[in-house]
Design a binder for this molecule. Sequence first.
Ligand code: GAL
Length: 699
Amino acid sequence: MKKQWHKIMDGVWRLRLGVPEALTPVKLRRVPMAERNLSAAGLTGNPRPHFAADRVIFKTTRRGCLAMLPLGKEEAVYGFGLQLSSFQQNGRKKTIRVNSDPRGDLGDSHAPVPFYLSTRGYGILADTARYCSFYCGSHADPPHGIGVTTEELYRSGKTEDSFTALDVPTASGIDLYYFAGPTMKEALQRYVLFSGGGAMPPEWGLGIFYRGYSPNDQKATAELAAAIREDHIPCDVFGLEPGWQSHSYSCSYLWDRKRFPAPEQLIGHLHDSNFRINLWEQMFVHPSSPLYRKLEKYSGDVKVWNGLVPDYTLDTPRRIFGEFQNKELIQKGIDGFKVDECDHSDFIRVAWSFPEYSMFPGGMDGEQMHGFLGIYAQQILSEQYLRNNRRTWSNVRASHALGAPYPFVLYSDLYDHRDFIRGVVTSSLSGLLWTPEVRQCANAEELLRRLQSVIFSPMALINSWMLKNPPWKQYDIERNNAGVPLDDGGELQEKCRKILQLRMRLLPYLYAAFYRYFESGIPVFRPPVLEFPHMESFRGTDDAYFVGDDLYFAPMIAGEQSRKVFLPPGEWHDFFDGNKIWQGNCEYEFSPAPEEILLFVRCGALLPLAAPEEFVSGRTVYQITPHAYGRADRYCCRLFADDGESWELLQKPDCGMTLEFRAEDKVCRISAGKHARTERYRIHEVKCMGTGTIPRKLS
Ligand code: GAL
């Protein structure tokens, strides 16, 4: 049969090769494509693939099937979901296998996605949940025949055009989806819109998340929450770890009434103190759960922690599980979940989770189900919130293709800080969200550095499940749990509070940036290569990134005395001292003290900075002082002014507000959409930053 591109939506094309599988991410999708957003996203026309369909080589093999796609020598390739160990993927082999304990940089991760993006300005999705492998130009022929010297032998094939080979086990065909640019950023936007659009948080989702000590009972939970308020640490969400349940590994989904005798009271009390509540759970159903009997016949043939693994490909178990969660937890005031261990691990001594040879009644085997379980958790729970006209901002430990629309942020038990920072940008490039969560630390500097990076991520999460007391009281786990506080007169706590307050100051800015993600698929936290795909200096940059359009953040890691930052083109102000201006397109070396943050503001930006709230609610009125940076005639920025948590207003296209500031004025001119709740923002006089200074250049 002749190979042909088939149009799916403007700029998105499908190439059907052989006979594809029946159970794939696209075929089982539940969220429709956000095609209606194409024009709001600025994506016009119907760009075609840059290579003809018949340039793709396809074969069925004894292993399954193989597709080979052209890869130009100038192309740099990114993607494959959350990748903690590497960024640019040329020359590597990546296997898309859900695993929480990856060994080596082989592709395994909590959220691998069979999707890649190229600086040539396109993206490719392979529609399979199989453990497929991409060979990103790694098996091209050596450029000049066989070499004899070591250098010749190991020289990469990068100087020649080559191919990306995709090996899909067991399948006799595959659908490939092509996302056109013309830029890499537009290709990513098309992928996110094809997935259903970007996830939109409630406003409170952008506040601070604190997860309490797992063994805490009701009383200790309430006391810890009260202490956070007494210390004036900003906090919007309080998370309860496994200890809330009568059985957690696997789950009963019932409160442990011995330790939590009156959960309704605790929920009421936490809500009254302006906390949202997040509960830890798994997808594995324990025999003591009222769901067990109902789900038994719809489950796979292997149990995990003695619990069922229901097959949520099927409607009945999906309804049973979803309705229970809704009635018993969501409607009783639970605002979000942390869905743990829906990934997999078989590289550790005790291989928990179901093996690949498991069989499920809907037709999947364990290999496919590993690709789907995290997606199912996100689908089922977010559908229930939607039903209640509420938004959530939750956690999940696994995701896969088409994960973009789900309001779930990935996290991990791993903890390398450098890798955690890389996760922010790699996840963005596949339409996913990731938090480099903060736990215990070796010293005060590490705590500060980790907090600085977590506030510049989709979820500012302090996961103290192993710590009795907040880490700023004592970062060392043993001393913390032995009740030995730091002897610093609260100095570290004060420094940490300031960092968390910075997140709260940026909340309206971030909220507007997330609305843009929701609408147009442009990720909030994005690596510079997405903006400047042809700048060689950015091709490997995975340790500094844009935060919205106007901020550029360069995280530091404890122990580093200094770091280099290559600033993007333009001029950049120091966020903390607006009078310091740096010429972009140059590299600098900075040596900030542990409490100092390398944060740059684009010259010409208008930043809607808020007075930091300790928490936000629909009643919050943000006190905004717009900051205008550098010399310009006109500055402007957007705010998104809805009620902050329902779906209803979100669907209305005109909740936006534009602030415009002209150099001759003192205040902003405000224009607002018909449905904008302008009363949510009080706009104060503009502060001009660094207007009189001339950009400087350091050697
Ligand atoms: C882990 C999870 C941690 C914590 C812990 C509780 O699997 O990654 O964040 O929730 O379980 O037992």
